[in-house]
Write a protein that binds this ligand. Structure first.
Ligand SMILES: Nc1nc2c(c(=O)[nH]1)N[C@H]1C(S)=C(S)[C@@H](COP(=O)(O)OP(=O)(O)OC[C@H]3O[C@@H](n4cnc5c(=O)[nH]c(N)nc54)[C@H](O)[C@@H]3O)O[C@H]1N2
Ligand SMILES: Nc1nc2c(c(=O)[nH]1)N[C@H]1C(S)=C(S)[C@@H](COP(=O)(O)OP(=O)(O)OC[C@H]3O[C@@H](n4cnc5c(=O)[nH]c(N)nc54)[C@H](O)[C@@H]3O)O[C@H]1N2
Ligand code: SF4
Ligand SMILES: [Mo]
Length: 726
């Protein structure tokens, strides 16, 4: 273990709310940039980048500082609220009253219907506070073995982590590109100049990508000439056809003998079946589907296979199509077949500092548990998020009656929010833990106020496993929780206590702390983990106290992720990578059975913007001032439809329609249009609700049969639509 840190001279405030400069880090996206928050009279008055931060070293984006405005937003919910009338009609109530009533109602539902009637939903922000995503699920599990877990996963990563399970025998840890020494990075469906790179924790991503491009190449495969594509080599592609591109690259690699023999012969199984399966997918044939010229496919395959080091990385833009799992499998396989897996500068995995042995956890095998609605396989125990409404409205055993909605807004983030909003009204009890009255939480019986990241202690945990330059940082709260806000963990613990159940982290209990607070348990997990001090046994190891006192700007756990250690994380029975699985055969057949899109309908895809964060930061006036949601359309598509720049149009799919404004742009490939998600806000966020824009997910299908059946992933990108002037 090589722990190193840059020293610093400035003295920082440590008590929550104390006047002065506080060191902290942003918990909005994987970059986790180091910040310095200036506090005066109990308010955050300024946020600047932490120049001495061990990894971000002065980098941030507009959203980190804007979280100070969210923290002090007059629209924020700062007291427990109880529903008194229709949706959105609440009255303040004390914590005691709220928790007593919640525990009482929960108890009677558990008695009458069992734990199958109870569910939790973890939204995106839960992936950034320490252990938050895990303990929300642990809370459900503590109520009974049949409690269901939902999350944002089925709009985001289910297809990616399932692909990993099929190929490596375990869904996690998540593989990612080792940017540090990569010479050739191929990216599909990702726009890191805006998103700051998903499932990869690297705050200085722009600099890292530029360095790769200078050493070799960054190729951006995207239907839109994105902010990222503009800086590097752009390869435009028709939406939802990436499986063709990668399969044809593999075909050419095998046909040209460019595969890595050692990996195929010694460290994997199924090379022959894969070779046979891709044989008919020639670059010419693939080209008629994906629109990439066959010569460009061949050249890309050769450049990728021959680069000194290379990685192929796919993200949300390839996770929500009709072949979501297959594309993600093919991306893993392209990396494996060319010898990039477990290679420095290639395709790797890492580990969280809270893991004791560095090995992955064990999950129920793929397909062993299936959803009540749609009969879809659960992905690491998660039910398909798209089925929330049907789970509530479909009678019978294990019908959902109680829902804990923690940092999520599925009415905005999942298909057919209006349907879901109606269903939420039928629950016996919905408890929301959130900052605002949102499109979703306005349907709750109780809204319990949560702290923003400026009001909580945190240790970087989950994303350390996805950092090419792994680091760890522990920060105290900048402010004490405002109003009556309470840490989600403490809320769950208080409910469990009322039900007479043990604490969520009782395995970390001791005689003096029978119900450990979150950070007490985290400290114990850290100290027992791979980097820990083993409670004094290893003086060079870490504890929260040591992190706080000696490494306030964070500390690098090593210079680089240990690429070769990725091999030790495989969990197939024979320890070899699976290049073939029965699921792949059926998916290849399905792919080849479909018609080309050449003269097909317009295909709708998504886009993110720098000042927006999914559905929930539009209340910060400063952020949205210049952020207008528009439908991007190529002028060729506009001309044939009598559409001009600024025309109001109606977008219609088989499932709904919305009205929006058009922005013409040659950045958009002809045949595809793009509209950002998370707009059309309603609820208690006054400014957000006053903005133009529509909820694009009203166009997507909430019927299980329309989702990708291997992973249960929602179909959000490549949705066929008709666009006409209003
Ligand atoms: N069409 C389309 N739809 C998409 C996507 C897309 O690209 N296109 N992207 C999808 C993706 S990748 C994701 S991850 C999902 C996100 O989907 P969700 O996670 O369901 O929703 P968010 O919009 O992230 O809403 C987060 C909620 O958490 C609250 N919140 C923020 N911080 C905290 C906190 O610290 N504690 C608590 N308790 N609450 C907090 C906010 O007020 C907000 O209500 O959206 C998905 N939907
Ligand atoms: N500013 C900002 N940053 C964010 C977020 C945010 O809302 N705002 N959200 C955070 C979250 S929750 C996530 S999951 C990450 C996501 O981070 P990214 O994965 O980088 O997601 P996007 O920025 O949505 O980029 C997806 C790209 O996929 C392209 N695309 C769509 N369909 C296809 C297709 O069929 N094939 C190919 N090859 N490309 C396609 C789109 O044009 C788009 O450029 O970002 C995180 N960071
Ligand atoms: S890039 Fe922006 S949103 Fe992401 S962690 Fe850094 S400051 Fe926060
Ligand atoms: Mo996401």
């Amino acid at each position: 273990m090589a722990i190193s840190n840059k020293g610093g001279a400035q003295v920082f405030a440590t008590a929550p709310g104390q006047d002065g400069a506080h060191l902290t880090y942003c918990r909005l996206c994987e970059a986790q940039c180091g910040l310095v928050a200036q506090v005066k009279n109990g308010m955050i008055v300024k946020v600047r980048p932490d120049e001495e931060h061990v990894t971000s070293a002065g980098h941030l984006c507009v959203k980190g500082p804007a979280m100070a405005s969210v923290t002090h937003d007059p629209d924020r919910v700062l007291s427990p609220l109880r529903r008194k009338g229709g949706p959105g009609d609440f009255e303040p109530v004390s914590w005691e009253e709220a928790l007593d009533d919640i525990a009482k109602r929960l108890h009677s539902v558990l008695e009458l219907y069992g734990s199958g009637a109870v569910a939790t939903y973890s939204g995106n922000p839960a992936s950034f506070a320490t252990m938050h995503y895990s303990y929300t699920r642990m809370f459900g599990a503590a109520l009974g073995s049949k409690a269901k877990a939902f999350s944002a996963m089925h709009t985001d990563t289910a297809s990616k982590i399932l692909a990993q399970e099929l190929v490596y025998g375990t869904p996690v840890p998540v593989t990612f590109p080792d940017l540090e020494d990569c010479d050739f990075l191929m990216m599909l469906g990702a726009n890191p100049m805006v998103s700051h790179m998903s499932l990869v924790s690297e705050p200085r991503v722009r600099q890292k990508l530029a360095a790769i491009h200078q050493r070799g190449r960054v190729v951006v495969v995207d239907p839109r000439r994105t902010e990222t594509a503009r800086l590097f080599e752009h390869l435009p592609i028709r939406p939802d056809t990436d499986a063709w591109l990668i399969a044809a690259m593999l075909q050419h690699i095998f046909a040209s003998g460019l595969e890595d023999r050692k990996t195929l012969e010694q460290r994997s199984e199924g090379a022959e079946q894969l070779r046979e399966a891709v044989k008919p997918i020639t670059p010419e044939r693939a080209s008629s589907y994906c629109g990439v010229p066959s010569q460009a496919i061949r050249s890309l395959a050769v450049r990728f296979a021959q680069a000194r080091t290379a990685a192929c990385y796919g993200r949300v833009g390839v996770c929500r199509g009709r072949y979501a799992t297959l594309v993600n499998v093919l991306i893993e396989l392209l990396n494996v077949v060319t010898g990039r897996f477990g290679q420095a500068g290639g395709w790797v995995s890492g580990m969280s500092p809270l893991q004791a042995d560095g090995g992955p956890r064990t999950y129920p095998a793929y397909g062993s548990k299936r959803s009540r609605i749609g009969d879809l396989p659960l992905i690491i125990g998660s039910s398909p998020g798209g089925s929330l409404a049907d789970e509530i409205t479909t009678g019978g055993p294990d019908q959902m009656r109680v829902l804990f909605m923690d940092s999520g807004n599925p009415v905005a983030s999942y298909p057919q929010g209006d349907q879901l909003a109606g269903a939420l009204e039928q629950l016996d009890m919905m408890v929301a833990l959130d900052l605002y009255i949102t499109e979703t939480t306005r349907h709750a019986h109780y809204i319990l106020p949560s702290p923003t990241f400026y009001e909580r202690d945190d240790l970087t945990d989950m994303w350390v496993a996805n950092a090419p330059r792994p680091w760890i940082q522990y920060v105290g709260a900048v402010l004490p929780p405002l109003g009556k806000a309470r840490l989600e963990f403490d809320v769950y613990d208080a409910i469990l206590q009322r039900l007479g159940l043990p604490s969520l982290l009782s395995n970390f209990a001791s005689s003096d702390t029978p119900r450990p607070r979150l950070m007490e348990a985290v400290d114990r997990a850290l100290r027992a983990g791979v980097y820990g001090d083993r409670f004094g046994e290893r003086s060079s190891g870490l504890s929260l106290a040591r992190l706080r006192d000696e490494f306030p700007h964070g500390v690098r756990l090593s210079d680089r992720v240990d690429a070769a250690a990725s091999w030790a994380r495989l969990r197939t029975p024979d320890g070899k990578i699976r290049l073939w699985h029965p699921v792949f055969g059926a998916e290849f057949a399905r792919l080849q059975g479909a018609a080309t899109d050449e003269d097909g309908p317009l295909r709708l895809i998504g886009r993110r913007k720098l000042p927006s964060m999914n559905s929930w930061m539009h209340n910060v006036e400063r952020l949205v001032r210049s952020d207008r949601p528009t439908l991007l359309m190529n002028p060729l598509d506009a001309e044939t439809r009598g559409i001009h720049d600024g025309t109001r149009v109606k977008i219609t799919s088989s499932f709904g329609s919305i009205e929006v404004e058009v922005e013409l742009s040659t950045d958009m490939i002809a045949g595809a249009v793009s509209y950002p998600h998370g707009w059309g806000n309603r609820g208690g966020w006054t400014h957000a609700a006053s903005l133009p824009g529509a909820n694009v997910n009203l166009l997507a299908s909430s019927r299980p049969q329309d989702w990708e059946q291997i992973s249960g992933m929602i179909h959000l990108d490549g949705v066929p639509v008709i666009v006409l002037p209003v």
